[in-house]
Design a binder for this molecule. Structure first.
Ligand code: WAQ
Ligand code: MG
Length: 251
């Protein structure tokens, strides 16, 4: 039996998040014992060498995971749309989400939230029926963790578009795959890193990259998960996202 570990990091400036510190970066991995040191070091480097600033608070958590508890899920296929500038993002979103069940105004409000969010270090959960925020976590939001790529999956088995050596993108696809597997209707994400303006929409089991989602040099960004509160139990949903160990593999 292999030994598995969840490794999580969150970092901030001006003290810990809970004392009002500003979020710098976070990271989460689910890895074998032999990779703990390397990944902890990478996380510390990420926190102390970040375009949002140099963290003065770093929390690093390492927890053993029972191999039997690990779930295996497929990766979302990846697409990319054209978007010339942040001014056209709403139009692009409207064309991508043309089902009658999601009102354009709700979609636009989710977009407005994520490109202006400067406080939440996780994701917010919104109900498709009421348009209201459901998670009780205020500045913390819901932090998806305990997930990673299943390194035992041969890259040749993955679709060509899923094979990526781009770390940021790989992390985002893995996270979105877990979020989709939880029964999420739609996820919208935009990085809070000032230099990174490509965001994504995860909808109908596809990860759709959207360039120029926000203005360059904006330090704001966020994530939102849209769910149907009539069919999903909020506590189970949050528990799955935060606690259930999941490895993402081929289809
Ligand atoms: N769980 C929930 N929310 C999170 C998590 C997490 N583990 N990590 C980050 N967030 C939220 C948080 O509010 C951040 O401010 C926001 O998402 C953005 O996080 O193909 O880099 O890590 O090139 O800055 C998309 C790449 C990159 C698309 C997204 O997000 C592509 C990115 P960041
Ligand atoms: Mg970031």
């Amino acid at each position: 039996m292999n030994k598995w570990y969840s490794v999580r990091m969150r970092s901030s400036i001006g003290g810990p998040h809970e004392d009002g510190g500003m979020h710098i970066s976070g990271a989460e991995r689910l890895i074998g014992e032999e990779k703990i040191k390397k990944s902890a070091l990478e996380m510390i480097q990420r926190a102390t060498n970040h375009t949002r600033g140099q963290a003065d608070f770093i929390s690093l958590k390492i927890e053993a995971i029972q191999e039997n508890d690990i779930h295996y899920i497929p990766a979302l296929p990846v697409n990319e749309v054209k978007n010339k500038s942040p001014h056209t993002t709403k139009q692009v979103l409207k064309e991508l989400v043309n089902s009658g069940t999601i009102r354009p105004n709700l979609l636009f409000s989710l977009y407005d939230w994520i490109i202006q969010d400067d406080v939440t270090r996780g994701a917010i959960i919104v109900d498709i029926n009421s348009g209201k925020r459901l998670d009780p976590f205020k500045n913390r939001g819901v932090r998806v963790s305990h997930f990673d790529w299943d390194t035992q999956v041969d890259e040749n088995e993955l679709g060509e578009q899923q094979v990526t050596h781009h770390e940021r993108r790989a992390e985002a696809i893995a996270l979105a795959s877990k979020v989709a597997a939880a029964g999420t209707i739609l996820e919208l994400c935009c990085s809070d890193d000032p230099e990174y303006t490509t965001g994504y929409l995860s909808y109908q089991h596809t990860f759709i990259r959207i360039p120029h989602m926000k203005k360059i040099n904006s330090p704001y960004g966020g994530r939102v998960f849209l769910i149907d509160s009539n069919t999903i139990n909020l506590d189970d949903y949050i528990h799955y996202l935060e606690k259930t160990p999941v490895l993402i593999g081929g289809n």
